[in-house]
Structure formats: structure tokens, C-alpha cells
Ligand binder design. Structure first.
Ligand code: FBP
Length: 260
């Protein structure tokens, strides 16, 4: 049986994963206007909000800061990643062994796969090893399933996002994190394609409160199991306010209009 049901990554079958691996993926420019957040403790503090069911970080942040938060935060160990400093076919090398992540206190293992990249065969093989190691430790696996690369003409098309979600099921993930395919209907198709894998919405770049919460509302109505969000929370001036609102939309079925 999959370990998912017992994992401390969800509440009432829904997840709100706060992602904070952007220092690696996007670099310090992602902190423009919120430079205080360059101090990881400020974002670890956000992750203690009741709405957050897991906090996704890379090895370095986890090793240094997680010991002070292990009683209050569920750790999602993001075990691969890449900077935006290089060019070429998308690829995300492993940065953290599952064994070490478990020692640090990981409750969930996170891993990106770029379906469609010319390096897909390597990425699938690497995901296989990580997924099996996570299973040995009884941990759930969240796949960042992000189709991209030369072969992908439209990485948010309904077919491509449904395929991304399905790949999560085929490869043994418990959660598939996908980009919003621009319509509720298309996301519902992806949810169907994923079988019992929980499809969570990727947050994306910061938008207005209404646009962001309306998209989350649409995703939840389409059957999504929550979201994994970074910039739309930690880049905001008042992250607590948006987390309060998300708590109602994700876990209590509130609408964007209700909470704004
Ligand atoms: P956001 O909500 O800020 O988009 O974060 C989700 C995430 O998957 C992060 O974990 C990751 O750093 C980032 O998006 C990668 O996005 P991209 O590869 O599109 O730049």
C-alpha cells in the first residue's frame, strides 16, 4: 500500500505545500522587493502557519534551519534542483540523497521530472531510484511534473498537463504537481488522468489576490488536492493574510469572493 494516507503532508485529504527552493531555481533576483526573505528563517516562520501542511526546501536550508522547526513544520525534502544560470535541454540533477534527507527529518520526498526533455530517460531513471528509496523509508513522493524541452511546443496545453499528471501515476508518485492548464476543465482532465495520485496546482509568479485565489478556487472545484505555492505566498508583503485566505479556500471550500 502507498504510504500517502498516513503521511503528515495533508489535512482532510488536502495539501498546501509551501515551496521555497527559489534561491536555487531562480536566484536572489526572486527576492526583489522582499529582501528580508533572503533570511530563510523568515520563510520557515511562514511555514508554521496552520494552513501549511508541508514545507519544500533544498538540502542546505533544511540542514541549517530545520532543526529549530522540526516540531512545527513538516519537511518536504526537494531532492533535485537546478539554477537558472545555464542553458541547454532542461535537466535537474539530484542534490540530496534520500538517506540524508531522512536523517535531516524529511516527511516527504520531492523530485522534479521534466517529461519531454531530451534528458527524460536519465530523469526517469533517477526518479525511479529516489522513489524506491523513499518507499524503503515509508515516505510519500511528490513529483514536480513539468513538461518542457525542445519537443514540448505548449507546456500548458490540456493534453500536455494531463500527460504530466498521468506520468506521476505511472512512475509511482503520490502527488503530481502541475502547472495550471489555463482552464478548470483541462485541470479536471488532468485529475482524471492521474487516477489516485493527488494533483496539486503549482503556484506560479505572483499575481493579484483575486486572480490567485480564483485560480486556486477553480482548481479545487476541478478536483485538485491542493496546491504547492511559493512566490504567491512568500513574495507578498503580508504572507499571513494570504495563508489565512488559502486555508479557507483549500480546506473549507470557500470561494475567492468569500475570503476577500
Ligand atoms: P511557485 O509557486 O513560486 O511557482 O513555486 C513552485 C515551483 O515549482 C518551485 O518549487 C520552483 O522553484 C519553481 O516553481 C520552479 O518554477 P520554474 O521551473 O517554472 O521556474
Amino acid at each position: 500500500m502507498k504510504p500517502f494516507n498516513d503521511a503528515p503532508i495533508s489535512r482532510n485529504g488536502k495539501s498546501l505545500i509551501l515551496a521555497h527552493d527559489h534561491g536555487l531555481e531562480h536566484g536572489p533576483s526572486a527576492f526583489a522587493g522582499v529582501e528580508d526573505r533572503l533570511d530563510p528563517e523568515t520563510v520557515f516562520e511562514m511555514a508554521t502557519h496552520d494552513a501549511v501542511t508541508a514545507f519544500a526546501v533544498q538540502k542546505g536550508l533544511a540542514e541549517t534551519y530545520y532543526p529549530s522547526y522540526e516540531d512545527d513544520v513538516s519537511l518536504l525534502a526537494k531532492c533535485n534542483g537546478t539554477s537558472s544560470l545555464w542553458e541547454g535541454e532542461p535537466y535537474s540533477p539530484q542534490t540530496w540523497s534520500v538517506e540524508n534527507a531522512v536523517e535531516v527529518g524529511a516527511d516527504t520526498i520531492g523530485y522534479t521530472v521534466y517529461p519531454g526533455t531530451n534528458r527524460e530517460p536519465e530523469m526517469i531513471e533517477e526518479f525511479r531510484a529516489v522513489q524506491e528509496q523513499a518507499r524503503e523509508h515509508g515516505l510519500p513522493v511528490a513529483m514536480w511534473s513539468y513538461p518542457r524541452g525542445q519537443a514540448i511546443k505548449e507546456h500548458r496545453s490540456p493534453d500536455v498537463i494531463a500527460y504530466a499528471a498521468r506520468i506521476g501515476l505511472e512512475l509511482g508518485a503520490d502527488i503530481a504537481k502541475v502547472k495550471y492548464p489555463r482552464s478548470q476543465e483541462a485541470l479536471a482532465r488532468a485529475v482524471d488522468a492521474a487516477g489516485d495520485v493527488r494533483v496539486v496546482l503549482s503556484g506560479g509568479s505572483k499575481t493579484s489576490d483575486y486572480e490567485f485565489l480564483s485560480t486556486v478556487e477553480a482548481a479545487m472545484d476541478a478536483g485538485a488536492g491542493g496546491l504547492a505555492v511559493g512566490r504567491n505566498v512568500w513574495q507578498r508583503d503580508d504572507p499571513e493574510r494570504i495563508l489565512d485566505a488559502l486555508e479557507q479556500v483549500v480546506f473549507e471550500g470557500a470561494s475567492a469572493d468569500d475570503v476577500l
